[in-house]
Design a protein around this ligand. Structure first.
Ligand code: KIV
Length: 289
């Protein structure tokens, strides 16, 4: 975790992004992500759930393992899912250990403030680097009455501030600040010795994090105000699918370039023909193009 501290002391902003599988991890890693987070946001963007609450520890480990194969350079952080760390510090330790050992994560992230201090201490004592997460904590969506900006009123801001302090004092090496006013994020960042990573927390954090599906424009619904879409992959993917379907229907795909051996005259109508399996005998052409 020295690298992150070194980055902030050199005033180089940290760029964190989520990923949930090998291909995205490889692409984002090659694009220069400093930290790849296997976020429990996968419940919403990958599984189509309304909240992150249904995500299980087994699912997190599965996705961490896939991401670890693609992330060659970036630091890999695995989210601890709902109820995998809240019951007791010992249970949190066992589960965080699994995310590290089986999921190949370098660190874990957990949501919560002062109430999580003892748990953070327990994990850090066992050699598990912990990233904290305060402000809008999606696992508490029902307690918060929805996905709402936190810390707008002074007493709320004081609570977020003291939560941030408690997490840092407990030994977290970095802290996600989500959905809080920029001024509050700025104050927390100035006060804490550990790097802050913002999402909907304004520009004065030590780094920023976005959900990759949002950042790449893979979510067609309205996205939160704090998201910037750097691509429009949903529209591009849909257009690509339409073009593929058109070419299949018109008999334009596959052409000779995508076929093995000479293409004979068509003897069956374009639809309803028999699908011919590739035989085991005959010319052994490589399948890879
Ligand atoms: O689950 C997630 O993707 C997150 C980020 C939004 C910080 O916790």
């Amino acid at each position: 975790m020295q690298t992150l501290r070194a980055m902030t002391s050199r005033s180089e902003a940290i760029t964190m992004v989520t990923a949930y599988d090998f291909t995205f991890a490889r692409m984002l890693d090659e694009g220069g992500a400093d930290i790849i987070l296997v976020g429990d946001s996968l419940g919403m963007v990958v599984q189509g759930q309304d909240t992150t609450l249904p995500v299980t520890l087994e699912e997190m480990i599965y996705h961490c393992r896939a991401v670890a194969r693609g992330a060659r350079r970036a630091q890999l952080v695995g989210d601890l899912p709902f109820m995998s760390y809240q019951v007791s510090p010992e249970e949190a330790l066992r589960n965080a250990g699994r995310v590290m050992a089986e999921g190949a994560a370098h660190a874990v992230k957990l949501e919560g403030g002062a109430e999580m201090a003892e748990t953070i201490r327990r994990l850090v004592r066992a050699g598990i680097p912990v990233m904290g997460h305060v402000g809008l904590t999606p696992q508490s969506v029902h307690a918060m009455g929805g996905f709402r900006v936190q810390g707008k009123r002074e007493e709320e801001a004081q609570r977020v501030m003291s939560d941030a302090r408690a997490v840092a004092e407990a030994g977290a090496y970095a802290l996600v600040l989500e959905g809080i006013p920029s001024r509050l994020a700025s104050r927390i960042t100035a006060e804490l010795a550990i790097p802050t990573i913002g999402i909907g927390a304004g520009p004065h954090c030590d780094g920023q994090v976005l959900v990759c599906y949002d950042m790449l424009g893979l979510t067609p619904e309205r996205v939160p105000k704090f998201v910037k879409k750097y691509e429009t992959f949903y529209e591009k993917g849909k257009a690509a699918m339409e073009a593929y379907k058109r070419e299949v229907q018109q008999g334009l795909f596959p052409a000779a370039a995508q076929s093995f051996g000479p293409i004979p005259e068509r003897t069956t109508p374009p639809t309803g023909g028999v699908i011919q399996a590739l035989g085991a005998s005959g010319d052994q052409e490589p399948v890879q193009g």
